[in-house]
Design a protein around this ligand. Structure first.
Ligand SMILES: [Zn+2]
Length: 439
């Protein structure tokens, strides 16, 4: 009943904000369209991509350049991906004002976290926003949860001021059944308070940056804390690459499955993980293709306010060619490989995807459970500093094993230094990258 009232309140809020199409009814359609056959999904996407491209060429200055002029309609998705020009991040930053639709200026403003530089401001059309919310509603339904059920949001931001607006927002969140906790001040002394707050709140789900949720789990484990009142159905991690050892650690401590969310403030909510473990693209509102180097190109098909057409989001992806046993026909991402710029640079100029490091550490954790809780590698010149939070089964022999794997899989010309740490500090944005190349 309370969830129902929250739903009604949210709908009212959406309407006030100008979201005319109700996200809850869109979600109902999405529950059907997820089972469409591939032919129908492809046709739907092609029609919408053509529509968006036409509108952009007509009303958006950026798309009135010569390279777009020759475009008529695409006959298939492949032809779209192969022929439509690429929109890069730097182009968006340079030409932001020319990307606004003169006929549809209104929209929600979203900003990226700026973890790789300046934040980017993106205008999101109301219908696109409605689809972002609807995709979320559907995702929670996959896990047997109503998005408006009691939930906890964990993030890593400094506390905001205590203004009237802040207090009003806090009250509103309470009514909406959400507890927002910043793990900015989470440490050995405060973890019990955080734990108690969450457990007494009895959330159905927890959502947040992976590093924030991981930090909570790490401290709860260290202090032997286990939820007693909460009956969590799912923990949703977002914004950072999730390694298998981190997933199993969080699942063990919080005693509930972890589901991955992949998206960005810029391009929308790209994909969500189903209970069968597949990361399904929200294809009713997102089109993604990849090139030979696995670079991803995204188009959010309803963002008419600031169309980002064939936007290179700087992630690398691998699609799965198998269909998921859950029966949903939405395309599956097998692997998110992270930013294309995150590579380890070797002396001979060779560049190796930093994800190789993830594979090395995951393998050790698989063979020796609870040995490595978390790691981070920082490259300076040809030296890798490896920070490790050791688990209870960690032994120093792993240093040799890691070194040998790095020499074999990456390069034996790299210098390696290990450091056992209690905590790995996140960046200013609140995110935690497992690999950073400083020079
Ligand atoms: Zn599935």
């Amino acid at each position: 009943m309370i969830t129902y009232l929250r739903e009604k309140y949210m709908l009212f809020k959406f309407e006030v904000q100008g979201i005319t199409k109700n996200p809850i009814s869109i979600a109902k359609q999405l529950m059907k369209s997820q089972y469409w056959d591939r032919k129908k999904i492809n046709k739907y996407q092609l029609d919408h991509l053509n529509k968006l491209t036409h509108e952009a060429i007509k009303n958006v200055k950026y798309y009135q350049k010569d390279e777009y002029k020759k475009i008529n309609s695409f006959e298939c998705l492949n032809s779209y991906s192969e022929n439509i020009p690429v929109l890069t991040k730097s182009r968006i930053k340079e030409s932001a004002k020319f990307l606004i639709n003169s006929n549809n200026k209104n929209g929600f403003e979203h900003a990226t976290s700026g973890s790789t530089g300046q934040p980017m401001k993106i205008k999101v059309y109301k219908l696109a926003e409605a689809y972002r919310i609807a995709s979320k509603i559907r995702f929670y339904q996959w896990w047997g949860v109503n998005m408006f059920d009691r939930n906890v949001l964990i993030w890593k931001k400094a506390k905001r001021n205590k203004s009237v607006l802040y207090n009003f927002k806090k009250l509103e969140l309470k009514l909406l059944g959400r507890l927002e906790l910043s793990v900015f001040d989470l440490n050995d002394d405060t973890v019990y308070n955080y734990f108690k707050k969450i457990d007494n709140f009895k959330p159905k789900y927890i959502r947040g940056y992976k590093s924030g949720i991981f930090e909570l789990a790490r401290l709860m484990d260290k202090h032997d804390l286990q939820f007693e009142n909460s009956q969590l159905k799912v923990v949703v991690v977002t914004s950072e690459i999730l390694f298998e050892n981190e997933r199993s650690f969080i699942e063990r401590v919080l005693q509930c499955p972890v589901a991955n969310e992949y998206g960005g403030a810029d391009g929308g909510l790209y994909a969500n993980e189903c209970p069968e473990g597949s990361l399904h693209i929200n294809e009713e509102s997102i089109y993604i293709s990849t090139d030979m180097d696995q670079n991803a190109f995204v188009t959010e098909i309803f963002n008419r306010s600031m169309p980002l057409i064939n936007y290179k989001n700087e992630d690398r992806l691998v699609f799965s060619d198998k269909s998921c046993s859950c029966g949903r026909n939405l395309k599956v991402i097998k692997e998110v490989k992270g930013r294309s710029s995150d590579y380890i640079l070797c002396r001979d100029g060779k560049k190796t995807n930093s994800l190789v490091l993830g594979a090395i550490f995951t393998k050790i954790e698989k063979e020796h459970a609870q040995s490595i809780i978390q790691f981070r590698v920082i490259q300076n010149d040809y030296k890798l500093k490896i920070e490790i939070i050791p688990g209870i089964n960690f032994v120093e022999e792993f240093f040799k094993e890691i070194e040998a794997s790095i020499f074999r899989d990456i390069s034996n010309s790299l210098e390696i230094e290990f450091q056992l740490v209690k905590k790995i500090q996140a960046e200013k944005s609140g995110k935690l990258r497992f690999f950073i190349r400083q020079s």
